[in-house]
Design a protein around this ligand. Structure first.
Ligand code: ADP
Length: 483
């Protein structure tokens, strides 16, 4: 039973056009740590999604007509309410997703930081004046909201993945239809409850819980009233959405899969590198798209680094995220555990050694022990596919050239990490590594003030920072003649 200070944040109806609505169909939301049903939620399907799109479309011109300062004031109230209710939001998040409570609260504050940042940016959506090309002409540039935004988000950050998209959209005058993961709709609905309290007008932010992701996704992509799709999730689904958006030439922001390399050079501060690897790999039980997936360690420090990382693994505590002291929660599903096992088995068959963990935990079906593998090579699945679980594979390399080549031998390019104390090497590698983000001597890179996003098949667009508004804006050029 979920105990909240404000039980009205636990919503099970959809939020469409400023009203809480039921649906004929429902689906259940489970706690991944216990398997218990937490809630039964309205499944609004395609019909409800269409209603939400209509509402968002009707509300958009009015919302865009508000001054930036007016939108900023509402967004700021929304931020304050999220922070004031962070404990309840974290409790809901842990219940439906599993991450430890302190990490859940961290996610709530991280998500809120985007609402705050873009509330500030709402007042600064500047256009431009360009010197004319003819004597009787003047040239102006306006920045205008793209219109209705359709959002599809995953379960691993049930709050922050929505907040990161919603914040710039609201700030610049777009309206929003959020389709949260069917595994974690409760965090999205709680956000809607707070948005309503903050004074976000009806139709501006809608949440359409739905079980059939493919059908609702197809509607969002095909509906001509939707101007843009913003998606975080797998590269596989990102490609489907991209194809589906072709017919109406929608704008797209895609934050897709990663396969982050984490490189430790001979000259690195090994303690700092081991600390960084622990957090970059095991945060959220390895279930983030910027988690270190392949850890490349230079031969001279390979054994010493493996020992240090192993020591740190021993400090992790696996358990239900509601228990004090737990650092590592369950995986989202048994299928997620099976993927970790598949990667582990493949690696061991090809010669890798299990140095720590390596099994399901006796805590139950979704718990897997934090695992360290050595003697991993590039041909193993762990080095090629995103594991999305608590499995750290150490690959040995000899030269900088080889490390860069191994990093770039991937169709993905989201985050990369480099540990070295040689400034020139850091610069060379950071320039050559094919990722959208590079952590240098740090394993934690996410912040609302920096542009988050990937290259190659890791996606399109950026979330956060002064660049983050661009994804939600059109550029219109006015040519004034006869002057
Ligand atoms: P993950 O592995 O992180 O769950 P997915 O890409 O499978 O990544 O899922 C991300 C989100 O996309 C989830 O909300 C999921 O329900 C949704 N989704 C899955 N398949 C489709 C689809 N065909 N069209 C639209 N959304 C989809």
């Amino acid at each position: 039973m979920l105990m909240l200070k404000d039980p009205s944040l636990l919503r099970t109806q959809a939020y469409i056009n400023g009203a809480w609505v039921d649906a004929a169909a429902t689906f259940t939301v489970d706690n991944p740590a216990t398997g218990e049903v937490i809630a039964t939620v309205a499944d609004v399907g395609v019909a409800g999604t269409r209603a939400a799109i209509d509402a968002a479309h009707a509300a958009q011109p009015g919302w865009a007509a508000w001054t930036g300062k007016e939108r900023a004031a509402v967004a700021r109230r929304f931020y304050d309410l999220i922070v004031a209710n962070a404990d309840d939001l974290a409790a809901i998040l842990t219940a439906e997703m599993g991450k430890p409570l302190p990490e859940a609260k961290g996610e709530i504050l991280y998500g809120a930081s985007f609402i705050e940042w873009f509330a500030e940016e709402a007042k600064r959506i500047y256009g431009d004046v360009i010197p004319g090309h003819q004597r009787d002409k003047r040239i102006l540039v306006l920045k205008q909201p793209v219109g209705v935004v359709g959002s599809i988000t995953p379960w691993n950050f049930p709050n922050a993945m929505i907040a990161r998209k919603l914040a710039p959209a609201l700030a610049v005058g777009c309206t929003f239809v959020a389709r949260p993961s069917e595994l974690t709709p409760l965090s999205a609905l709680a956000l809607a409850a707070l948005a309503a309290r903050a004074g976000v007008p009806a139709g501006v932010f809608n949440v359409v819980p739905s079980y059939d992701a493919a059908a609702v996704g197809a509607e969002l992509c095909a509906n001509p009233k939707v101007a843009k799709i913003t998606f975080t999730g797998s590269t596989r689904v990102g490609k489907i959405l991209m194809r589906q958006c072709a017919d109406t030439v929608k704008k797209l922001s895609l934050e897709l899969g990663g396969n982050a390399p984490f490189v430790v050079f001979d000259d690195a501060d090994l303690d700092a590198a081991a600390d960084g690897a622990l957090i970059a790999k095991f945060r959220n039980a390895g279930q983030t798209c910027i988690c270190a997936n392949r850890i490349y360690v230079q031969a001279g420090v390979y054994d010493a680094f493996a020992k240090k990382l192993r020591e740190r693994l021993a400090t992790l505590r696996l358990g239900n995220g509601t228990e004090p002291g737990v650092t590592t929660g369950p995986l989202i599903s048994e299928a997620a555990v099976a993927k970790v096992e598949r990667h582990l088995r493949d690696a061991v068959e090809k010669g890798a050694a299990v140095v720590a963990g390596g099994r399901r935990s006796n805590l139950g079906r979704t718990f897997f022990e934090p695992t360290l593998l050595t003697e991993v090579t590039q041909d193993m699945l762990v080095a090629r596919e995103e594991t999305f679980g608590p499995l750290a594979p150490l690959v040995r390399f000899a030269t900088e050239e080889e490390a860069v080549a191994m990093c770039n031998a991937s169709e993905f390019g989201l985050a990369g990490y480099v540990y070295s104390r040689d400034l020139a090497r850091v610069w060379r590698v950071a320039e050559r590594i094919e990722t959208g983000m590079v952590g240098i001597n740090t394993g934690l890179i996410s912040t609302e003030v920096a542009p988050f996003g990937g290259v190659k098949q890791s996606g399109l667009g950026r979330e956060g920072s002064k660049y983050g508004c661009d994804d939600y804006l059109e550029t219109k050029y006015l040519c004034l003649g006869g002057i």
